[in-house]
Design a binder for this molecule. Sequence first.
Ligand SMILES: [Zn+2]
Ligand SMILES: [Zn+2]
Length: 262
Amino acid sequence: MHVTVLGKSPSWQDAAGACSGYLVEEDGFKLLLDCGNGVFSKLRRICDYVDVDAVVISHLHADHFLDLVPYSYALSYAPRQQPVPVAGWPGTDDPARPELYVPSGATGVFRAIVGCWGNDDLIENAFRLHEYSASDELGLGPLRIRFCEVPHYTVTYAVELSSNGSRFTFGADCSPNRQLVQFARDTDVLMIEATLPRPERTGVRGHLTPGEAGEHGRLAGARKLVLTHYSDEMDREWARAQAVGSYGGPVELAEEGAVYTV
Ligand SMILES: [Zn+2]
Ligand SMILES: [Zn+2]
Protein backbone atom coordinates (compact mmCIF):
# COMPACT_ATOMS: atom_id res chain seq x y z
CA MET A 1 0.00 0.00 0.00
CA HIS A 2 1.33 3.44 -0.94
CA VAL A 3 0.15 6.57 0.86
CA THR A 4 0.85 9.93 -0.79
CA VAL A 5 0.43 13.10 1.25
CA LEU A 6 -1.64 15.55 -0.82
CA GLY A 7 -2.14 18.03 2.00
CA LYS A 8 -1.15 18.15 5.65
CA SER A 9 -2.13 21.68 6.73
CA PRO A 10 -4.37 22.27 9.73
CA SER A 11 -7.53 24.37 9.33
CA TRP A 12 -5.72 27.09 7.39
CA GLN A 13 -3.48 26.21 4.48
CA ASP A 14 0.28 26.46 4.41
CA ALA A 15 1.64 28.84 1.77
CA ALA A 16 0.84 27.02 -1.50
CA GLY A 17 -0.41 24.12 0.60
CA ALA A 18 -3.55 22.08 1.12
CA CYS A 19 -5.48 20.82 4.11
CA SER A 20 -6.07 17.16 4.97
CA GLY A 21 -5.82 14.72 2.04
CA TYR A 22 -4.02 11.41 1.42
CA LEU A 23 -4.09 9.22 -1.68
CA VAL A 24 -3.90 5.53 -0.80
CA GLU A 25 -3.05 3.14 -3.64
CA GLU A 26 -2.97 -0.65 -3.68
CA ASP A 27 -3.02 -2.92 -6.74
CA GLY A 28 -4.25 -0.08 -8.95
CA PHE A 29 -7.10 0.80 -6.55
CA LYS A 30 -7.13 4.46 -5.53
CA LEU A 31 -8.71 5.77 -2.34
CA LEU A 32 -8.71 9.40 -1.29
CA LEU A 33 -8.69 9.75 2.49
CA ASP A 34 -10.10 13.20 3.36
CA CYS A 35 -10.63 15.99 0.84
CA GLY A 36 -9.93 19.26 2.62
CA ASN A 37 -9.58 22.66 1.00
CA GLY A 38 -6.83 22.68 -1.59
CA VAL A 39 -6.73 18.88 -1.96
CA PHE A 40 -8.52 18.61 -5.33
CA SER A 41 -5.82 20.65 -7.02
CA LYS A 42 -3.06 18.58 -5.40
CA LEU A 43 -4.83 15.36 -6.42
CA ARG A 44 -4.92 16.50 -10.04
CA ARG A 45 -1.15 16.95 -10.09
CA ILE A 46 -0.55 13.24 -9.51
CA CYS A 47 -3.69 11.38 -10.52
CA ASP A 48 -6.66 11.75 -12.86
CA TYR A 49 -9.63 12.50 -10.61
CA VAL A 50 -11.93 10.22 -12.62
CA ASP A 51 -9.66 7.29 -11.70
CA VAL A 52 -10.27 7.61 -7.94
CA ASP A 53 -12.35 4.61 -6.88
CA ALA A 54 -13.41 5.75 -3.42
CA VAL A 55 -13.25 8.72 -1.07
CA VAL A 56 -13.46 8.38 2.73
CA ILE A 57 -14.04 11.42 4.96
CA SER A 58 -12.95 11.30 8.62
CA HIS A 59 -15.15 14.14 9.88
CA LEU A 60 -17.13 17.16 8.80
CA HIS A 61 -14.70 20.00 9.40
CA ALA A 62 -13.95 22.19 6.39
CA ASP A 63 -10.27 21.25 6.31
CA HIS A 64 -11.26 17.58 5.84
CA PHE A 65 -14.09 17.74 3.29
CA LEU A 66 -14.48 21.17 1.66
CA ASP A 67 -12.90 20.21 -1.69
CA LEU A 68 -15.71 17.72 -2.24
CA VAL A 69 -17.41 20.82 -3.67
CA PRO A 70 -15.01 21.49 -6.58
CA TYR A 71 -14.55 17.73 -7.02
CA SER A 72 -18.33 17.42 -7.43
CA TYR A 73 -18.40 20.23 -9.95
CA ALA A 74 -15.72 18.48 -12.00
CA LEU A 75 -17.60 15.17 -11.95
CA SER A 76 -20.84 16.95 -12.89
CA TYR A 77 -19.77 19.49 -15.48
CA ALA A 78 -16.43 18.49 -17.02
CA PRO A 79 -16.89 17.96 -20.79
CA ARG A 80 -15.47 14.42 -20.52
CA GLN A 81 -18.28 13.47 -18.13
CA GLN A 82 -21.12 14.45 -20.51
CA PRO A 83 -23.29 11.93 -22.44
CA VAL A 84 -22.81 13.75 -25.76
CA PRO A 85 -19.64 14.80 -27.62
CA VAL A 86 -18.39 18.18 -26.43
CA ALA A 87 -15.19 20.17 -26.79
CA GLY A 88 -13.29 17.29 -28.38
CA TRP A 89 -14.44 14.71 -25.85
CA PRO A 90 -16.40 11.80 -27.37
CA GLY A 91 -19.21 11.64 -24.80
CA THR A 92 -19.73 8.81 -22.33
CA ASP A 93 -22.64 6.77 -21.07
CA ASP A 94 -20.55 5.74 -18.08
CA PRO A 95 -19.26 8.90 -16.36
CA ALA A 96 -17.00 8.47 -13.33
CA ARG A 97 -18.95 8.46 -10.07
CA PRO A 98 -16.58 7.50 -7.23
CA GLU A 99 -17.88 5.91 -4.04
CA LEU A 100 -17.97 8.43 -1.18
CA TYR A 101 -18.06 7.28 2.46
CA VAL A 102 -18.99 9.91 5.03
CA PRO A 103 -19.97 9.93 8.72
CA SER A 104 -23.66 9.45 9.55
CA GLY A 105 -25.63 12.64 9.01
CA ALA A 106 -23.24 14.08 6.42
CA THR A 107 -25.79 14.05 3.62
CA GLY A 108 -27.87 16.65 5.43
CA VAL A 109 -24.80 18.77 6.18
CA PHE A 110 -23.75 18.71 2.51
CA ARG A 111 -27.27 19.68 1.42
CA ALA A 112 -27.24 22.62 3.83
CA ILE A 113 -23.86 23.85 2.59
CA VAL A 114 -24.29 23.61 -1.18
CA GLY A 115 -27.99 24.37 -0.76
CA CYS A 116 -26.96 27.89 0.28
CA TRP A 117 -26.57 28.65 -3.42
CA GLY A 118 -29.29 26.29 -4.67
CA ASN A 119 -27.18 23.17 -5.44
CA ASP A 120 -28.62 20.92 -2.71
CA ASP A 121 -27.92 17.62 -4.44
CA LEU A 122 -24.56 18.53 -6.00
CA ILE A 123 -22.42 16.15 -3.92
CA GLU A 124 -24.85 13.24 -3.74
CA ASN A 125 -25.32 13.32 -7.53
CA ALA A 126 -21.61 13.51 -8.27
CA PHE A 127 -20.59 10.63 -6.00
CA ARG A 128 -22.21 7.38 -4.85
CA LEU A 129 -22.79 8.54 -1.30
CA HIS A 130 -22.74 6.19 1.68
CA GLU A 131 -22.94 7.11 5.35
CA TYR A 132 -20.90 4.97 7.73
CA SER A 133 -20.94 4.46 11.49
CA ALA A 134 -18.26 3.41 13.96
CA SER A 135 -18.97 -0.32 13.79
CA ASP A 136 -18.85 -0.58 10.00
CA GLU A 137 -16.04 -2.45 8.31
CA LEU A 138 -15.66 -1.80 4.62
CA GLY A 139 -14.00 -3.81 1.91
CA LEU A 140 -13.05 -1.38 -0.84
CA GLY A 141 -11.10 -3.07 -3.62
CA PRO A 142 -8.09 -4.71 -1.95
CA LEU A 143 -8.39 -2.48 1.14
CA ARG A 144 -10.15 -3.15 4.42
CA ILE A 145 -11.35 -0.08 6.31
CA ARG A 146 -12.13 0.18 10.02
CA PHE A 147 -13.22 3.20 12.04
CA CYS A 148 -12.78 4.35 15.64
CA GLU A 149 -14.59 7.35 17.07
CA VAL A 150 -12.15 9.77 18.68
CA PRO A 151 -12.88 12.86 20.81
CA HIS A 152 -12.86 16.14 18.86
CA TYR A 153 -15.20 19.10 18.41
CA THR A 154 -17.54 17.17 16.13
CA VAL A 155 -18.13 13.45 15.50
CA THR A 156 -14.79 12.23 14.20
CA TYR A 157 -13.37 8.87 13.17
CA ALA A 158 -9.82 7.60 13.10
CA VAL A 159 -9.50 5.35 10.05
CA GLU A 160 -7.48 2.18 9.55
CA LEU A 161 -6.67 0.94 6.06
CA SER A 162 -5.16 -2.50 5.79
CA SER A 163 -4.11 -4.88 3.06
CA ASN A 164 -2.18 -8.14 3.13
CA GLY A 165 -1.59 -7.78 6.86
CA SER A 166 -0.13 -4.25 6.60
CA ARG A 167 -1.87 -1.49 8.52
CA PHE A 168 -1.98 2.26 8.06
CA THR A 169 -3.75 4.15 10.86
CA PHE A 170 -4.89 7.75 10.41
CA GLY A 171 -5.76 9.43 13.69
CA ALA A 172 -7.83 12.22 12.11
CA ASP A 173 -8.21 15.15 14.55
CA CYS A 174 -8.44 14.34 18.25
CA SER A 175 -7.77 15.42 21.79
CA PRO A 176 -5.62 13.16 24.00
CA ASN A 177 -7.45 9.83 24.27
CA ARG A 178 -7.14 6.11 24.89
CA GLN A 179 -9.36 5.01 22.01
CA LEU A 180 -6.79 5.87 19.37
CA VAL A 181 -4.01 4.15 21.34
CA GLN A 182 -6.05 0.96 21.45
CA PHE A 183 -7.19 1.22 17.82
CA ALA A 184 -3.65 1.79 16.56
CA ARG A 185 -2.05 -0.95 18.69
CA ASP A 186 1.02 -2.33 16.85
CA THR A 187 0.10 -0.57 13.61
CA ASP A 188 2.74 -0.29 10.91
CA VAL A 189 2.30 3.45 10.36
CA LEU A 190 0.43 5.88 12.62
CA MET A 191 -0.28 9.20 10.89
CA ILE A 192 -1.23 11.46 13.78
CA GLU A 193 -2.12 15.10 14.14
CA ALA A 194 0.27 17.45 15.93
CA THR A 195 -1.66 20.68 15.63
CA LEU A 196 -0.86 22.65 18.74
CA PRO A 197 2.28 24.39 19.95
CA ARG A 198 0.72 24.12 23.42
CA PRO A 199 -2.56 22.77 24.83
CA GLU A 200 -5.69 24.88 24.23
CA ARG A 201 -5.74 27.84 26.62
CA THR A 202 -9.49 27.42 27.14
CA GLY A 203 -8.89 24.01 28.71
CA VAL A 204 -11.35 22.46 26.24
CA ARG A 205 -9.22 19.92 24.40
CA GLY A 206 -9.68 19.07 20.73
CA HIS A 207 -6.19 18.60 19.34
CA LEU A 208 -2.74 17.25 20.22
CA THR A 209 0.65 18.82 20.71
CA PRO A 210 3.65 17.11 19.03
CA GLY A 211 4.67 15.76 22.43
CA GLU A 212 1.22 14.26 22.97
CA ALA A 213 1.27 12.79 19.45
CA GLY A 214 4.56 11.06 20.28
CA GLU A 215 3.11 9.75 23.52
CA HIS A 216 0.16 8.22 21.64
CA GLY A 217 2.59 6.56 19.22
CA ARG A 218 4.64 5.08 22.06
CA LEU A 219 1.61 3.81 23.98
CA ALA A 220 0.20 2.25 20.79
CA GLY A 221 3.51 0.61 19.94
CA ALA A 222 3.28 2.08 16.44
CA ARG A 223 6.19 0.90 14.30
CA LYS A 224 6.44 4.20 12.48
CA LEU A 225 5.13 7.59 13.55
CA VAL A 226 4.33 10.45 11.18
CA LEU A 227 3.13 13.84 12.40
CA THR A 228 0.60 15.70 10.29
CA HIS A 229 -2.01 18.51 10.51
CA TYR A 230 0.68 20.97 11.59
CA SER A 231 1.14 24.46 10.19
CA ASP A 232 4.13 25.79 8.28
CA GLU A 233 4.11 28.40 11.05
CA MET A 234 5.16 25.74 13.56
CA ASP A 235 8.90 25.15 14.02
CA ARG A 236 9.41 21.70 12.46
CA GLU A 237 12.51 20.80 14.39
CA TRP A 238 10.95 21.85 17.68
CA ALA A 239 7.92 19.71 16.85
CA ARG A 240 10.08 16.74 15.85
CA ALA A 241 12.17 16.99 19.04
CA GLN A 242 9.04 17.10 21.18
CA ALA A 243 7.61 14.03 19.49
CA VAL A 244 10.88 12.08 19.50
CA GLY A 245 11.19 12.72 23.23
CA SER A 246 7.87 11.13 24.05
CA TYR A 247 7.79 8.48 21.29
CA GLY A 248 11.29 7.23 22.04
CA GLY A 249 12.37 6.82 18.43
CA PRO A 250 12.66 8.62 15.10
CA VAL A 251 9.61 10.59 13.99
CA GLU A 252 8.75 11.84 10.51
CA LEU A 253 6.83 14.98 9.64
CA ALA A 254 4.37 14.67 6.76
CA GLU A 255 5.15 16.83 3.77
CA GLU A 256 3.13 17.30 0.61
CA GLY A 257 4.22 14.79 -2.01
CA ALA A 258 5.81 12.39 0.48
CA VAL A 259 4.97 8.74 -0.22
CA TYR A 260 4.85 6.14 2.56
CA THR A 261 4.98 2.49 1.60
CA VAL A 262 3.18 0.39 4.19
ZN1 LIG B 1 -8.51 19.35 10.87
ZN1 LIG C 1 -11.29 18.76 12.86
